[in-house]
Design a protein around this ligand. Structure first.
Ligand SMILES: C=C(O[C@H]1C=CC=C(C(=O)O)[C@@H]1O)C(=O)O
Length: 398
């Protein structure tokens, strides 16, 4: 006679209820795989140096021993993991299915904002030129250069409403809101966004990564978008930019997997505001029990992919430090969760903003390769801002 496995029944929630229950300080993450809302802090995960996976595994074991139901490590890690990290084991986790498609609510209007580009567009274009010189000298093949928009509202920004608009505008996105308050912040700080890019997801021994690179603005006009997609699919510059990213992600995952499936050609995927070249890479883990093979361990091994860093990686990270006047903070890092069994899901923190009371700092980057044009990269980063600007009711402001 077989003995039924002991299972802890999970409460059943609706994705829309979890979204409605989000409050600043909670952790929210939704994707086509499901929705997770986490509250309270059972413990904080403090990693020595850049490696969080081992500290996370220890924190999860301790939480399970203390009786925390369904323990997960959740939160965000910045572009420079040694500088910014906000990972916790929450006290309570609620899960639901993927967000449903509903009519996106109109963004608030009537708030007046001041907008400050950081750096000035001309400075960004100049940085692109300098990156092209490095590429011309053979020091780099690709580097992603980012810029930010700093917005200030008249009154505090209500993050739950902003998150709800992001989720409803694109229920298939990796949508998130994570508390990233740092000592010295005048008020709570939240990282919020709707990323199209899955860094890595793990379910049992199966892993999936979905690197994106190579982009075009989505106009909303069907005929024009058909042309744009056809051009993107054939663009040697974008295909090259994409190959750097997909190749590196496949190479890193190959170290952990017994078999890996990498499509020969990227496909084009769309968000409400952009088109991207996309490669879905799947693999089977050789040793799923190793902490390095947890979803967080794999995410750390992959970060920064050339979708946010460049090739070769260390030279690109150095060039970013030299050419970008502002620190990236949590932009172009990772956000997600990992459970006790090592399963989980981590997205790249792009199409995101850090919100602190009345201020919103949103950032976007573009991959620079031989053949890139400063004006086009400036326009591409501007187009990428639209995910957040739309949700703030500010599209067309830049
Ligand atoms: C760095 C960003 O996008 C990355 C992901 C998709 C396409 C990209 C590109 O075409 O440059 C970027 O690598 C961003 O949105 O800020």
């Amino acid at each position: 006679m077989s003995i039924p496995a002991l299972v802890r029944p999970r409460p059943v929630h609706r994705a829309s209820d979890l979204l409605a229950a989000y409050l600043p300080g909670s952790f929210y993450f939704s994707s086509p795989r499901g929705t997770l809302l986490a509250d309270g802090v059972h413990s904080r995960v403090r990693a020595a140096g850049a490696s969080h996976a081992r500290a996370a595994a220890e924190a999860l074991d301790a939480a399970a021993a203390a009786g925390v139901p369904d323990p997960v490590v959740a939160g965000a890690v910045g572009f420079r993991p040694e500088a910014e990290s906000g990972l916790v084991v929450p006290s309570v986790v609620r899960r639901a299915g993927a967000p449903a498609v509903v009519r996106a609510p109109e963004a608030e209007s009537g708030t007046s904002w001041t907008l400050t580009p950081r750096p000035e567009p001309a400075h960004y274009a100049d940085s692109v030129r300098r990156a092209l010189e490095l590429i011309g000298r053979g020091e780099l093949s690709k580097v992603v250069l980012a810029r930010s928009l700093e917005l200030a509202a008249e009154s505090p920004v209500w993050v739950p409403a902003l998150l709800a608009r992001l989720v409803r505008a694109d229920p298939a996105a990796y949508a998130f809101a994570a508390d990233v308050t740092a000592p010295g912040d005048p008020a709570p700080r939240t990282l919020v966004g709707a990323s199209p890019e899955l860094l890595v997801s793990r379910r049992g021994a199966t892993v999936l990564a979905n690197p994106l690179a190579g982009s075009a603005r989505r106009s909303g006009d069907e005929a024009q978008d058909r042309e744009t997609v056809a051009r993107l699919r054939d663009s040697a510059k974008d295909l090259g930019e994409h190959a750097h990213t997909a190749g590196q992600v496949a190479e890193v995952l190959g170290r952990f997997c017994t078999d890996l499936e990498v499509p020969a050609q990227p496909e084009v995927i769309g968000t409400p505001t952009m088109w991207h070249l996309s490669t879905r890479i799947t693999g089977r883990l050789a040793d799923p029990a190793a902490p390095a093979c947890s979803a967080l361990g794999l995410a750390e091994a992959l970060h920064p992919t050339p979708a946010v860093g460049g090739v070769p990686g260390p030279a690109a990270v150095g060039a970013i430090a030299d050419l970008e006047p502002e620190d990236r903070g949590y932009f172009a890092g990772m956000v997600g969760w990992t459970g006790l069994d090592g399963d989980g899901e981590w997205a790249v923190t792009i199409r995101s903003a850090e919100v602190c009371e009345r201020t919103v700092r949103l950032s976007a980057g573009a991959g620079i390769v031989a053949g890139s044009e400063p004006a086009a990269e400036l326009a591409e980063t501007g187009a990428k801002f639209r995910t957040l600007l739309r949700a703030l009711g500010l599209e067309g402001a830049v």
